[in-house]
Each structure stands twice: as structure tokens, then as C-alpha cells.
Design a protein around this ligand. Structure first.
Ligand SMILES: [Zn+2]
Length: 302
């Protein structure tokens, strides 16, 4: 018995050390093992699943329903198993603002309600505002703090582990805020247009000026197809030399946005892709967000 337990312990220590060394930007894995069983958390969409993973460390078991870049979350239709997953959660993190309406409605049908955090409601945003709230660093901070509070109430014995994971997350978020401020020094006042408003909050935070034709913006906001006049206005904007950047959302792409991309390229306007969700090329929420900010800065300095 003694020998077996010794053999088990040694590799575990090594493994823990390796995991700690290899921990990502969000620092979640160095909080140490959770003293209690992990909280089952379900997030409707990837960004909030990533935030829950970062702030919960070893004290959460996170399931994300709509993750990756292969689907357009705006168009997502839930399955029966998605709703079953909501039922198994002790904490559910939602976006709100009609972005994940299926999940907001789904939790309402549950007999035994989990703790629910809804980003739009928490941030006091109206249902009509831009719902891409994970692009607003202040809302990300609010949601992360609220998740820590909820987890601590669900697992009081894990208080110290959660405090450590939360502190690492906050420090990483502070670094990201510093990068936003640093980027703003280079990008403030630069005009851009976007095929979809995914990046609006962060664009605002780095001082970019949105010149997207209003007819196009209204059509996209209402999830309708922009008309020929809107497309023509967008094309002449790109050709007219008054915007320095086209932001394209590859997750909501179609033939018209493909065309706008080629018009931009022909006119010498750099195109930067900003997606709804984190692709597998990036390990964590903040690593993804950082890479996108850097892509914008480098497109503008070329
Ligand atoms: Zn979107």
C-alpha cells in the first residue's frame, strides 16, 4: 500500500508542476486543486464559458453549449441535449440581449432553477443594445466578479482557491486593459467600417470611429439582408479612401460580405477578421482578445 501511494504521489506532483508552468494567460490552472467537488457550470456561448473557466480554476466543470467558430451563434437552434445540460448545472452563465434567447427561455422552463448570471442584465443593458457584450472589457470584469461571488456561495469551503483564481484573472484583465489603453494611443481617431457590429464596444474603447453606412448597420442589427443601396453605399465608402480598415466577421459571412472584402482589398483597405467566438488557435479568452487587438494595430501600421 505504502509503495503504491508513493508511486502515485510523485508523478502527481510533477504533473501539477508542469501544469502550473504551462498555464495560460488567464492563469486559471495555478490556483491549485479545489478542496471541494467542482461546480457544474453551463455557459450558453463560448466567451462566457471561457470566463467561467478562468475565474473558477479547478473549482468548476464548465460546459459550453455554442462554442468554436464553426457556427453562427445568432442563428443557433438548441437541441434537446442542450436543454438537458442546463438542467444539470448549478450555475448557468448567459449573455441575454436576444443573443442567446433559446437559453434564456430554456432556464425558465427548469423545475429546479440553477443560479443564473445574465451578462446584459448584470450590466444594465437594454434588450435593444448591441449584444456582443464580451467585447466590452468592463462587462467582462463584472461577469467574472459575479461568477466568483456565485461560486463562493455555492462552495464556501473553496473560498481560498476561488479567491486565488479570481485574483489571477483580475491581474490578467488589468494587463488587457493596459493593452487597450496602449492600443488606443495608436488607433484613436482612425476610421473603420464593419460588416457586422461584433467589435463595436472594443472599437469604441480603442477610439476607432465607425463609418459603416447607417442603412447597412440597421439592416444587420435587425437581422435582415442589406438592400442594394446599402451595399452600394458600403462599396463607395471603401473605394473613397475615407476608411482605413474593414472589420469582417467570418462567422456571419455571406456572398455580399465576401464581395465587400474584395472591394476593400482592391482599394488597399486592410481587412481584419474579428469573430463572434474564440477559434481553437487560441487557448483562452484573453489570449484571443489580445491577438485580435494586435491584428488591428498591425494592419494599421503596415
Ligand atoms: Zn454577431
Amino acid at each position: 500500500m505504502f509503495i503504491i501511494s508513493e508511486m502515485r504521489t510523485l508523478p502527481l506532483i510533477l504533473l501539477t508542476a508542469l501544469l502550473t508552468l504551462g498555464c495560460g494567460d488567464d492563469g486559471a490552472s495555478s490556483a491549485g486543486e479545489c478542496p471541494t467537488d467542482p461546480v457544474p457550470v453551463v455557459a450558453s456561448i463560448g466567451p462566457w464559458g471561457d470566463v467561467a473557466t478562468a475565474v473558477g480554476g479547478d473549482c468548476v466543470q464548465v460546459t459550453t453549449i455554442v462554442g468554436g467558430t464553426g457556427v453562427d451563434p445568432h442563428e443557433y437552434e438548441p437541441t434537446a441535449s442542450d436543454l438537458a445540460q442546463l438542467n444539470d448545472a448549478a450555475l448557468v452563465v448567459l449573455n441575454g440581449g436576444h443573443y442567446d434567447e433559446w437559453a434564456v427561455e430554456g432556464v425558465e422552463t427548469l423545475d429546479k432553477k440553477p443560479v443564473i448570471i445574465e451578462a446584459a442584465e448584470l450590466a444594465g443593458r437594454s434588450e435593444d443594445e448591441n449584444p456582443h457584450l464580451w467585447y466590452d472589457p468592463q462587462v467582462v470584469r463584472q461577469v467574472g466578479d459575479e461568477i466568483t461571488t456565485a461560486l463562493t456561495e455555492l462552495r464556501p469551503a473553496a473560498r481560498n482557491s476561488l479567491k486565488a483564481a479570481g485574483a489571477e484573472w483580475t491581474a490578467a484583465l488589468d494587463e488587457f486593459d493596459a493593452l487597450v489603453a496602449q492600443t488606443r494611443a495608436e488607433t484613436a481617431g482612425v476610421s473603420f467600417a464593419a460588416t457586422e457590429p461584433v467589435f463595436e464596444y472594443l472599437a469604441d474603447a480603442i477610439g476607432l470611429e465607425d463609418q459603416t453606412p447607417s442603412g447597412w448597420k440597421n439592416a444587420v442589427a435587425n437581422e435582415t439582408e442589406p438592400g442594394p443601396a446599402d451595399v452600394a453605399a458600403f462599396e463607395s465608402l471603401l473605394q473613397g479612401g475615407s476608411v482605413s480598415l474593414l472589420i469582417d466577421n467570418p462567422q456571419t459571412a455571406g456572398p455580399i460580405t465576401e464581395r465587400l472584402r474584395s472591394v476593400a482589398t482592391d482599394a488597399g483597405v486592410p481587412v481584419v477578421e474579428i469573430s463572434e467566438s474564440r477559434s481553437e488557435d487560441h487557448d483562452s479568452f484573453l489570449q484571443w482578445q489580445t491577438a485580435q487587438l494586435q491584428a488591428i494595430a498591425s494592419a494599421l501600421t503596415q
